[in-house]
Design a protein around this ligand. Structure first.
Ligand code: UDX
Ligand code: ADP
Length: 472
């Protein structure tokens, strides 16, 4: 008989847990969904009456929160009691790359997974299905299972039983609600048929049956890493081609369109840019590399490592190019940075290419005027400080784009925000110091408009207006 889920607890109210639970609560009004977190400030923001204060910006999210919060969706720090009343528990805690110890710089730090699993082991009651949602290295389900079983066995007369499932998220930030409502697939890995059915039945409320894939638990975990590694590999591939376009006169958008029409390649995820960011790609490839190394598969490890190397190279070549075009020195020069989030429609700055590129310019003495429609000054500051850059007097933040641009030598576009697509270049030219430069790493500017001005401009994957190609 199918297990009927009436009460869900999600541990971790972050970018994954928050939107995922909001959509489950929205689609299943008969299920009580409790999202818990140890971070009181975050929970306070999730409960904020002003929906603009939610801790995560995601198009469509605030409308769902408005509909469901207080109905069957609750946010709290009451981890213990919400675990105790749940039939199904999602683990959606952070799993960043380890900073020290064994596997530092490569393996995921599982301390938050472990501590939340211990809380589950201690407080859960009755038959409980535990779902790993965070991106985790292969075989983590075993770690979760072992902790649950050992704590469980150590308490005499304990009647709690656990089934562990892997149900990786495939959310692309900025599009998370759409990805949840209309997923390409839902992947559920596990052994217990009852548990798999219980979770499938939740998704079946809005996802067609054929899109719900069942695999063994290890295939599910590995598919998540592989999926992100393949996506990241596409970006490194197109970025490496962009450099060749700049030398030869080919245009990266034309090349992307031409290859994308081959149905075996497909047209998505072929936009050249400043390099990929976000919390997943780098972390997941590092994890994959770590696992290959562990099994002695060094050549395959090198292969995937090269995807990361090209990503770093792309960022570096952009900052070097800017410095080169500003006569080899940016010292004391004001440069306007448009965009700090790792992509548009999110306030997330984790691994944003803007961090490394800005730091390169700051190290060279540039004065940066940074703008982003959703990222605030404190977040930028903490990203710089985390990289040990504390000279905060050398950069400024202003929510007004035009104020930032005044007296700049150059504008560097790093995120493809809509606001930057319709700038009036003729007006902007009057505000800038001459010779002025615009560097567009996202191919969002209207170059026909810029051509009408005396602004020098460069767009990734295209030859600049002042250069001609030559094969000699
Ligand atoms: C990714 C995966 O897409 C998602 O399935 C997974 O579960 C989590 O990781 P996310 O990191 O939110 O999602 O963003 P994504 O849209 O994949 O973009 C990642 C990075 O690649 C961004 O910095 C983006 O700007 C860059 N990118 C993406 C490109 O440079 N070019 C492209 O064509 C696509
Ligand atoms: P992701 O992008 O994977 O969602 P985030 O860092 O945005 O990652 O969110 C993870 C959340 O998990 C954080 O808000 C963190 O406070 C929370 N968390 C970590 N460990 C625990 C725990 N043991 N109990 C409850 N919440 C936790």
């Amino acid at each position: 008989m199918d297990v009927l889920i009436k009460n869900i607890c999600c541990i971790g109210a972050g970018y994954v847990g928050g939107p995922t639970m909001a959509v489950i609560a929205d689609k299943c009004s008969d299920i009580e969904v409790n999202v818990v977190d140890i971070n009181e400030e975050r929970i306070k923001l999730w409960n904020s009456p002003n929906l603009n204060d939610l801790p995560i910006y995601e198009p469509g999210l605030s409308q769902i929160i408005e509909r469901c919060r207080g109905r069957n969706l609750n946010f709290s720090t009451d981890v213990q009691n919400k675990i105790a009343s749940a039939d199904m528990i999602f683990i959606s805690v952070n799993t960043p790359t380890k900073k020290k110890g064994l596997g530092a710089g490569q393996a995921s730090d599982l301390k938050w997974v472990e501590s939340s699993t211990r809380q589950v082991a201690k407080h859960a009651k009755g038959n409980t299905i535990v779902v790993e949602k965070s991106t985790l290295p292969v075989k983590t389900a075993k770690v979760i299972q072992n902790i649950l079983e050992s704590v469980q066995n150590s308490v005499e007369g304990n009647e709690t039983t656990f089934q562990v499932l892997s149900n990786p998220e495939f959310l692309s930030e900025g599009n998370a609600i759409n990805d949840l409502e209309f997923p390409d697939r839902v992947l559920i890995g596990g052994e217990s048929e009852n548990a798999i059915n219980a979770l499938s039945n939740i998704y079946k409320r809005w996802v067609p049956d054929e899109k719900i894939i069942h695999t063994n638990i290890w295939s599910s975990e590995l598919s998540k890493l592989t999926s992100n590694a393949f996506l990241a590999q596409r970006i490194s591939s197109i970025n490496s081609i962009s450099s060749l376009c700049e030398k030869t006169g080919a245009e990266i958008n034309e090349v992307a369109k031409a290859i994308g029409t081959d149905s075996r390649i497909g047209g998505k995820f072929l936009s050249a840019g400043p390099g990929f960011g976000g919390s997943c790609f780098k972390k997941d490839i590092l994890n994959l590399v770590y696992i290959y190394e562990y099994y002695g598969l060094h050549d395959a490890a090198d292969y995937w490592n090269s995807v990361l190397k090209i990503n770093d190279w792309q960022k570096k070549r952009i900052s070097n190019y800017v410095i080169d075009k500003l006569n080899g020195t940016v010292s004391g020069k004001k440069i306007t940075i448009l965009g700090f989030s790792f992509k548009a429609d999110t306030n997330d700055t984790r691994e944003s290419p803007a961090i490394d590129i800005c730091l390169d310019l700051l190290e060279e003495g540039a004065l940066l005027a940074i703008h982003d429609p959703k990222v605030n000054q404190n977040q930028i500051k903490s990203e710089f400080e985390e990289r040990n850059f504390n000279e905060n007097q050398n950069w400024s933040y202003n929510p007004n784009i035009i104020e930032n641009i005044k007296e700049s030598h150059a504008i560097l576009i790093l995120t493809e925000w809509k606001e930057y697509q319709s700038l009036d270049w003729q007006d902007i030219e009057k505000l800038m110091i001459k010779p002025s430069w615009v560097f567009d790493t996202r191919l969002i500017t209207d170059h026909n408009q810029i051509k009408k001005t005396n602004i020098n401009f460069w767009r990734v994957g295209e030859i600049t207006n002042k250069e001609t190609h030559s094969f000699s």
